[in-house]
Design a protein around this ligand. Structure first.
Ligand SMILES: Cc1ncc(COP(=O)(O)O)c(C=O)c1O
Length: 401
């Protein structure tokens, strides 16, 4: 029987100590500096919301906290009306969005390979087939002009396009809206890490509220619909195909957010201005600390007025994997957040794709450095020192051989 207190669960061995905080959250003495250490609202901040749930005895199915969250997010995004639909995760939100487009089975969904595996998983879950296209080295994202050229050359015939905001970076929404209007191909923005950069537009956008994201609910996400009609389709596709009755009208999933997760998201939203400043502060420390180190480039646009929850660097002449191994030996954890690109993940190896030279370059040379909200300047300085040392050591190794 699981005990009532989580520390008792740890004592009983039902939860391994490392699982309690999750996401590399717990820092044991002597452990390396973690690459990620999420900090969600405190128990004290959550109590009023939890009391509200208890009083109403409403735990899911678009309860009052979900409705409040959807209204507040719509207001935050300057939508003309409530056009935000909460979701159990960004993956579930993208799936529901693709289902809402009603594109039929096995239709092609064009997307970058330089993304997290959630993007192609969502396409599969919606009955579509991913087609991977290369990204632009200058932005790390798909380029609308390149996609237009690929369509003209009949490289593929997508029924939908998912554009991914790389680690929360802003996208050229004007270009993507124009492409959608001209081709009639619906475009979804996977802005999983882009709470600070997502904008209301004629495109469907999806944001993650996972614990590792800058606005966090633990697990969760939301979808921004361009119109009230699409919002209603999305609501139906995220709730068994129901809308206003218990009749399944269309192919759907259950991607609803629980009231408990809405509670955490609402408490996080209260603290958003301070959280945002904190991430911008970390970015400015990194920009300063990394600037004198040769061979390191920060993600394009990083620290230029938008906040993100990860710090990624491009090591032009070095393998991210070997520098990451060196840094771990020196007590600093790193992560190649998007691995080798989706096309090299066993699950997606058989998916169709174009040439992917930029993706392969970014995958080999991009390294995620530690980034967590309670990071201090001394932590950032340490990471910069260790990275500099790792690069110098690799360079002298190369000269010697
Ligand atoms: C680009 C991208 N898309 C989708 C997701 C999935 O988000 P979630 O964990 O909320 O399903 C992530 C998660 O990090 C992501 O980076």
């Amino acid at each position: 029987m699981p005990s009532r207190e989580s520390h008792l669960d740890v004592a009983s061995g039902l939860i391994a100590p490392g699982d309690v905080a999750g996401d590399s959250g717990g820092r044991r003495p002597g452990a390396p500096m973690p690459v990620m250490r999420p900090k969600l609202p405190s128990t004290r901040q959550l109590v009023p919301y939890l009391r509200a749930i208890e009083e109403r005895r409403s735990y899911s199915n678009s309860g009052l906290l979900c409705q409040k969250l959807e209204s507040e997010l719509s207001r935050h995004l300057h939508c003309q009306q409530d056009l935000v639909i909460t979701a159990a995760s960004a993956t579930a939100g993208i799936t529901a969005a693709l289902l809402a487009l009603d594109l039929g089975s096995n239709a092609t969904c064009l997307m970058p390979s330089w993304t997290f595996v959630a993007t192609p998983h969502a396409a599969w879950a919606a009955g579509m087939e991913p087609f991977f296209m290369d990204v632009d080295r200058r932005t790390w994202a798909l380029d609308a002009a390149e996609v237009r050229r690929a369509l003209a050359a009949r490289l593929c015939a997508p029924r939908a396009i998912v554009v991914v905001s790389p680690f929360g970076a802003p996208l050229d929404l004007t270009a993507w809206q124009k492409l959608q209007q001209e081709t009639g191909i619906p475009i979804i923005v996977d802005a999983a890490a882009g709470f600070d950069t997502v904008r209301f537009s004629s495109l469907i956008s999806v944001v993650s509220l996972h614990a590792t994201k800058i606005l966090a609910a633990g697990e969760g996400g939301f979808v921004v619909a361009p119109t009230a009609e699409m919002r209603d389709r999305l609501k139906s596709c995220s709730n068994f195909g129901f809308l206003g009755s218990r009749v399944a009208q269309r192919r759907a999933v259950n991607s609803k957010l629980s009231e408990y997760h809405a509670a955490v998201a609402l408490a996080s939203l209260e603290g958003w201005p301070a959280t945002r400043l904190r991430h911008l502060q970390i970015a400015s420390w990194y920009r300063k600390g990394l600037s004198p180190i040769p061979g390191v480039a920060l993600q394009p646009g990083y620290g230029e007025g938008w906040a993100c929850g990860t710090t990624n660097v491009l090591l032009e002449g070095d393998s991210a994997e070997s520098i990451g191994r060196y840094m771990l030996r020196e007590g600093v954890e790193t992560r190649m957040w998007w691995g080798a690109g989706c096309h090299l993940q066993p699950a997606f190896a058989a998916c169709s794709r174009g040439e992917l030279p930029q993706t392969e370059f970014l995958a080999a040379h991009t390294l995620g450095l530690p980034h967590f909200p309670d990071m201090e300047k001394a932590d950032v300085d340490l990471v910069c020192r260790v990275l500099g040392k790792a690069l110098r050591s690799r360079a002298s190794g190369r000269r010697a051989s």
